[in-house]
Design a protein around this ligand. Structure first.
Ligand code: NAP
Length: 501
């Protein structure tokens, strides 16, 4: 194996990385009550770059108490919507001012190319926080005409007043660490909730830095508390904590099920954004070039570690051979390298475990009868690099077509008719996203109307907007993020009935 290439971003941010080795509770850096730490690895070369706190029960209790105290404090509870809006706008400005630094931290932690982190994760985060800032001043209830049949003579006035749900436990994964955190933190703060955030153990740096920016924006201490730690201990304690009112979780299906159980047991509100196995459907009127370009972006973006990754490609039989050849050539040409290299198109995966898991899935696919056209190998160098893989002649009975791989692995299958492909597309337990590529309006409507997905795209894939609700059906989750739906997920409507006569 070749020698280790040092990551220049780590030298640049060494002091900052060291500062982020504590818990952020009540607006300050705090030591853990325990001694346990978590090693953080640089995916580009496998070196340990930091030791984070592995929060224990005492730490979690402290973070939840801090969030509760802030929630009921006059300064936060009585804060006017205009002030909550102004603070979120200020936070967005601060994220923008530090966008290069945050993009580099994200690349250090997650391995993704800095350029991609700056363009997608940071630009997306900044615009999302600004969008949510606007909602802080637009929260409304309803006035309702009521009859009250039991009291025929009475006269009544009824309205609903939305109230913040309370203390929110936000648990996020490692694929878009800052953006996933902000999808939860921004609407929570817009509505007047307070938050305890637990980032993924592999990728906590930007979440921790966010704590500092929230304090700098002028938020009262305790609005956002950040605990690093293992899911099974810190995360588990948090979701069972009696003083948490709502759990908002993004992550895998097995963890989502555990969290759903914990939420129901404690009668907490919950939102689950889970995995996917999203189909991309290429109809016969699309050019091979367009199909190849779309499929490549759909599966290889963010090293395939995207919940909506187009991991199942269904191609009309008339185009199938050409598209398979084209996507395999595209994959083989991709420039694989560290996130700090501006030529990199495909960075390393998040961890050694993930890289091994992805390669094991490729071998499983071959043993199930799929044909490996290219990729699926670890690169002979330190770091978690896996070459992008194309498995052709797959079918819906294979585990590689049913299970979320969460890496740069594409399965490709032919189809003959629109009805057939709808059935194939709907043939997994997931239902997060789907895309159809066609200029035939009738086919586009027929597929988007019948496909099992929370979001469907036509002639694009992985395109999100702060105003468009996002979430899954089936085993891809419960609830929505983004848009007005996201705001409502942090509000409880309180109904008021007044007797006037
Ligand atoms: P994961 O293993 O489920 O972990 C997600 C988060 O949950 C991490 O912070 C993890 O902590 C924590 N956790 C683990 N066990 C827990 C427990 N028992 N109680 C409370 N928290 C616990 O998922 P992942 O591997 O990080 O992320 C990949 C998954 O996220 C994929 O399935 C992907 O599709 C999904 N995802 C979905 C969306 C969406 O919007 N639908 C977006 C992005 C990703 P540790 O890191 O310490 O384990």
């Amino acid at each position: 194996m070749s020698t280790i290439i040092e990551n220049p971003l780590i030298t640049r941010h060494q002091k900052l990385i060291k500062r982020l080795q504590k818990l952020f509770i009540a607006g300050q850096w705090q030591d853990s009550a325990g001694e346990e730490t978590i090693a953080v690895y640089d995916p580009s070369n496998g070196q340990v770059i930091s030791q984070l706190v592995a929060a224990n029960e005492t730490d979690v209790n402290k973070a939840v108490s801090s969030a509760r105290e802030c929630f009921v404090s006059p300064v936060w509870a009585a804060m006017k919507p205009t002030e909550r809006q102004r603070l979120l706008m200020r936070l967005a400005d601060l994220i923008e001012q530090h966008a290069d630094e945050l993009a580099e931290l994200e690349s250090i932690d997650n391995g993704k190319p800095v350029v991609a982190a700056r363009q997608a994760d940071l630009n997306g985060s900044i615009e999302f926080v600004r969008y949510m800032a606007g909602w802080a001043t637009k929260i409304t209830g309803e006035t309702l005409d009521v009859s009250v049949p039991r009291l025929k003579e009475g006269k009544f006035f009824a309205y609903t007043k939305p109230q913040p749900v309370g203390v929110v436990a936000a648990i996020v994964p490692w694929n878009f660490p800052l953006m996933m955190a902000l999808w939860k933190v921004a609407p929570a703060l817009a509505t007047g909730c307070t938050v305890v955030l637990k980032p993924a153990e592999q990728s906590s740096l930007t979440a921790l830095r966010l704590g500092e920016l929230v304090a700098e924006a002028g938020y009262p201490p305790g609005v956002l508390n950040i605990i690093t730690g293992y899911g099974g201990t810190a995360g588990n304690t948090l979701v069972h904590h009696p003083d948490v009112d709502k759990i908002t979780f993004t992550g895998s299906l097995p963890t989502g099920k555990l969290i759903g159980h914990a939420a129901v047991e404690g009668m907490k509100r919950f939102t689950l954004e889970l995995g996917g196995k999203s189909p991309m459907i290429v109809m016969p009127d699309i050019s091979v070039e367009q199909a190849v370009q779309g499929a490549a972006m759909g599966i290889f973006y963010n090293q395939g570690q995207v919940c909506t990754a187009a991991s199942r490609l269904y191609v009309h039989r008339s185009l199938y051979d050409d598209v398979v050849r084209g996507i395999a050539e595209f994959a083989a040409r991709m420039s694989i390298g560290p996130g700090f290299d501006s030529n990199t198109q495909l960075g390393p995966l998040i961890s050694e475990d993930q890289a091994e898991k992805v390669c094991a899935y490729v071998r499983l696919g071959q043993s199930e009868g799929a044909e490996l056209i290219t990729g699926g190998q670890r690169l002979d160098r330190p770091g978690y690099y896996v070459s992008p893989a194309v498995l052709a002649n797959a079918n819906n009975q294979m585990r590689v077509v049913q299970e979320e791989i969460f890496g740069p692995v594409l399965t490709v299958m032919p189809f003959d008719s629109t009805e057939e492909v709808i059935e194939l597309a709907n043939g997994t337990e997931y239902g997060l996203a789907a895309s159809v590529w066609t200029n035939d309006l009738k086919a586009a409507h027929q597929i988007t109307e019948n496909v099992k997905a929370g979001i469907s795209w036509v002639n694009c894939h992985n395109v999100l907007d702060p105003n468009l609700p996002f979430g899954g059906v089936g085993f891809s989750g419960i609830g929505r993020e983004l848009g007005a739906a996201s705001i409502n997920a942090y509000l409880e409507p309180h109904s008021v009935m007044m007797r006037l006569a």
